[in-house]
Design a protein around this ligand. Structure first.
Ligand SMILES: Cc1cc2nc3c(=O)[nH]c(=O)nc-3n(C[C@H](O)[C@H](O)[C@H](O)COP(=O)(O)O)c2cc1C
Length: 361
């Protein structure tokens, strides 16, 4: 395979690979640092990143902002070679749906993130929050319509374009930018083929902005990618790189508990479910006792961590912060376990280096 480095403005990653951000606590410094050490872009998820800080229950925002700084510092340490140099880059994934989103993006740029990636909604004013810094920014889109909207808005309001762009397809993990109706067609003949056409339309739209701004905007494909033929297919569609998340969960370096990783190893095709998350979007998760219980009723939410802009604890079926923290810490029957569609193919714990070799063999 002809592997070209990923060039984002003046920043370079030796490999055209981004490790997708995974909250809560799944991609922190351990995973992101290991990916960057191998030459990829390691991404720390800021979603309730401070959950291990002692003051998190009462002071979650401050705990999160503090943990962001320490995790980035630690990731850089892990990624550095003996001479202090690094072949990869390190950044954050910050969900647009996060409460106080602007403060997180500003803090991320100030901390020295190479990149910030934002999905779970369109990050309309993201350029404003990184002004005057050299942090590179990317929206995540799942349709040509979303790509057109966000690029047009950044052009009109900020006279700039995206530094790179992620296309997240229907096989991805976590929150999905598709309707339940669209997701119900997964597995049908022609489904992936028709999404390939959408990908090509998004890429054509991005190339138009490259022309307009006389710059290069790498396009990265995400969702269900776990082997070299899939990476080659992404390149054949015109993508410049791939974003991979689920296969990195079952690595020694991943920051989640061993029980969380084992839940991935044990998951079969029939254990994967599309749920409606309290964010208001469909999401993919592993079926367990918690999801079964939530089908019958709702949890009594006694504490709100104010994590999402639009979540109303009086109406939400459960507290997504608590459900995600429980699972990542190992209580996998009583927590929410996000996963990608390809979790069914993961059958053992490997290493970051092995996953990367499998992608670019
Ligand atoms: C456990 C888990 C948590 C995730 N959390 C986030 C998140 O906090 N923000 C986000 O934008 N995407 C999140 N994602 C999506 C990934 O970053 C990635 O784009 C997607 O899963 C790619 O598909 P793949 O998992 O099949 O490789 C999550 C995915 C998983 C599996």
């Amino acid at each position: 395979m002809n592997i070209k480095p990923l060039q984002i403005g003046e920043k370079t990653a030796a490999l055209p690979l981004i490790q997708g951000g995974m909250g809560v606590g799944v991609s922190l410094s351990g995973l992101a640092g290991a990916v960057a050490r191998e030459g990829g872009i390691g991404v720390i998820s800021t979603a309730q990143i401070g959950f291990r800080e002692p003051d998190f229950p009462d002071n979650s925002k401050e705990a999160n902002l503090r943990a962001m700084v320490s995790e980035l510092k630690q990731a850089k340490k892990i990624a550095a070679k003996a001479d202090g140099s690094c072949d990869g880059l390190i950044g954050y994934n910050i969900m647009t749906a996060t409460r106080d989103y602007p403060d997180y993006v500003k803090a991320a740029a100030k901390a020295g993130a190479d990149v910030i990636i934002s999905g779970a909604g369109l990050p309309v004013d993201m350029p404003e929050y990184v002004k005057g810094t050299d942090t590179k920014i990317a929206p995540i889109v799942s349709s040509e319509k979303a790509a057109r909207i966000i690029l047009k808005m950044w052009d009109r309001h900020y006279k700039r374009t995206a530094d790179f762009l992620i296309i997240e397809g229907p096989h991805a993990g976590g929150h999905l930018g598709f309707s339940n109706e669209e997701l119900s067609h997964i597995g049908e003949k022609g489904f992936d083929f028709s999404y390939d056409l959408e990908i090509q339309k998004i890429i054509a739209c991005v190339r138009g902005y490259e022309e307009k701004f006389q710059t290069s905007i790498p396009v990265i494909l995400a969702g269900g990618i776990m082997n070299a033929p899939q990476v080659r297919h992404a390149f054949s569609l015109g993508a410049d790189g791939v974003q991979v998340a689920t296969p990195f969960v079952t690595t020694e370096e991943c920051d989640a508990s061993e029980a969380f990783k084992q839940a991935y190893v044990n998951a079969r095709a029939e254990d994967i479910e599309i749920i409606k998350s309290p964010v208001g979007m469909p999401a993919r998760a592993i079926r367990n006792a918690f999801l079964e219980k939530m089908k019958l009723g709702r949890e009594n939410i006694t504490k709100c961590y104010r994590c999402l802009e639009k979540c109303n604890p009086k109406e939400a079926p459960y507290c997504i912060t608590q459900a995600l923290i429980r699972s990542v810490q190992g209580d996998v029957e009583n927590g929410l376990i996000f996963c990608g569609d390809n979790v069914q193919y993961l059958d053992r714990i490997s290493t970051v280096s092995q996953v990367i070799r499998g992608l670019f063999a």
